[in-house]
Design a protein around this ligand. Structure first.
Ligand SMILES: [Zn+2]
Length: 496
């Protein structure tokens, strides 16, 4: 007879394999010798195949079918794991095997051609592969579709349970018009902010010392983590006792690594503080991207851009980099720190303009899947929206539509999570400040009340509770973008 234990054993095997695979991925991006890439590809391919077998093979299929007939025999956690494992199974299980294999091959080709197109600064090179990916997804959507209203809803749902075009249209309209109004106001009152001190030379060692001290004051535990160098920063969690972060450095732009490390440490904090009862089950209970991002952005923006934090932290930074910032007053520093400017590149955007980059991608994705826009017309649409929302004339494909790898990896419906992360973070903060006085907390030097709040209201649940439920439980309200708009309005009132 199949029991809950069989399910948990199977999921544990998947979890262990995922940890090995994550370790390999981290190593490949941090310290692996250059020449060993082909051996590593073979190892990774082998691991991927094993993982695929465990999560979609006959053994898993039989366990799922047996237990679904007898789900009353499972406890609450068992029922949750059963539902999640079934959802994962159906993601691939519903697609004809040959299509699935061909799709994976197309994705890896597309990423090569995306890189080639970037080198040649020519969208045309990448376009046929993008067309193929979209074609596959258009065929898969009916196989995945349950009761979603539109085809694009199916894709949104895969990253954020319950998210719909109808919800996002309302939320994003409010965000878009709020940002536009605020940017106009900032432009009208703009005094000259001299942020040139941000490019003064600060050594990598000084940056590391300050940023890692600050990350630890916010609770990131270095006995359960580490920091390494990489080109594109990320956090990799093997388990709650091993959540590693990475960063890149520029000795003439210390803001990048300081905010980057706070950001990745925010992801790490989440993983380090998930309840131990999910240890063996994390492969089917991954933390949704939106809520994960809300915690990295909480560190980076809600704290890392806030005045009450920097009033206390700036002298610490000054003393570590001395005498480099000795002549910069707090007001000068803070104004420079907040400087806002429209950028072509999403990952270089400041907190105020960032959601516009996401809204542009959302509207384009929606046009692809719900309105069947021609893939050849995407660059023109991209450029038109950058002009309209950010008043930027995109000079070429590299600075425009070729900047992100996501579509080449088949990830459509994923971008909105980044914007939701900002909105969630602000709503959490608004609730926290009803009972916690951030100014007093930072002045006291003991930041733990903020840590404890986040742990008990958010982190402990890991991926076992859906983000919208965590948000509602913690804040007593469904997602309300007004909290974010209020936050940025207050933030940028210091800017004038
Ligand atoms: Zn992040």
């Amino acid at each position: 007879m199949t029991t809950q234990k069989d399910l948990f054993n199977s999921v544990k095997e998947q979890t262990l394999l995922s940890q090995i695979s994550a370790l390999s991925g981290w190593d490949a991006l941090t310290g692996m010798p250059k020449d060993s890439g082909h051996f590593r590809a073979e190892i990774d391919g082998y691991l991927a195949e094993k993982l695929f077998q465990v999560s979609t093979g006959d053994n898993r299929k039989n366990i799922l079918t047996d237990l679904e007939k007898d789900s009353a025999s499972l406890d609450e956690l068992g029922q949750l794991v059963l539902r999640k494992a079934r959802k994962d199974f159906d993601m691939t299980g519903n697609i004809p095997e040959q299509d699935f294999v061909d799709f994976q091959k197309t994705l890896s080709e597309a990423q090569d051609f995306w890189a080639q197109a970037r080198e040649a600064n020519a969208y045309k090179i990448y376009q046929p592969y993008l067309e193929k990916i979209i074609g596959y997804l258009q065929r898969f959507i009916p196989l995945w579709r349950k009761d979603e209203k539109t085809p694009y809803d199916v894709l949104l749902n895969q990253y954020e349970p319950g998210l719909t075009v109808a919800k996002l249209d309302t939320i994003f309209d409010q965000v878009k018009s709020g940002i536009t109004t605020l940017r106009k106001k900032i432009a009208e009152n703009e005094s000259i902010v001299d942020s040139s001190f941000l490019s003064r030379r600060v050594t990598k060692e000084q940056q590391r010392t300050y940023a890692m001290d600050a990350a630890q004051r916010l609770g990131y535990n270095l006995d359960k983590g580490r920091l390494d160098d990489t080109i594109h920063p990320f956090m990799e969690a093997l388990n709650r006792d091993d959540a590693r972060i990475t960063t890149r450095w520029d000795e003439n732009n210390f803001q990048m690594a300081v905010l980057g490390i706070l950001h990745e440490a925010g992801h790490g904090l989440f993983e380090q503080n998930v309840d131990s009862k999910y240890d063996d089950l994390r492969s089917v209970l991954p933390i949704s991207m939106s809520i994960h991002e809300s915690q990295s952005l909480f560190n980076e923006v809600m704290i890392g851009r806030s005045k009450e934090f920097w009033v206390v932290e700036y002298p610490k930074l000054q003393s570590i980099v001395a005498p480099t910032l000795n002549d910069i007053s707090f007001d000068q520093f803070y104004q420079g720190w907040l400087k806002t400017e429209a950028t072509f590149i999403r990952t270089e955007a400041d907190p105020l303009t960032y959601p516009l980059h996401i809204i542009i991608r959302y509207e384009i994705e929606k046009a692809i899947f719900n309105d069947h826009i021609d893939v050849a017309d995407l660059p023109a649409l991209w450029n038109k929206k950058y002009k309209e929302y950010l008043d930027l004339d995109v000079p070429d494909d590299l600075t425009g539509i070729l900047q992100d790898i996501h579509w080449a990896g088949g990830s459509f419906g994923y971008f909105p999570s980044y914007a939701l992360g900002h909105l969630y973070a602000a709503q959490f903060r608004a609730t926290m400040t009803k009972t916690l006085d951030f100014k007093n907390i930072f002045e006291s030097g003991d930041y733990s009340p903020i840590f404890e709040w986040r742990k008990s209201h958010i982190w402990q649940y890991g991926g076992a509770v859906d983000p919208n439920e965590i948000l509602e439980q913690a804040t007593g309200e469904a997602l309300n973008p007004q909290y974010w708009l209020d936050f940025v309005t207050r933030l940028y009132s210091y800017y004038n």
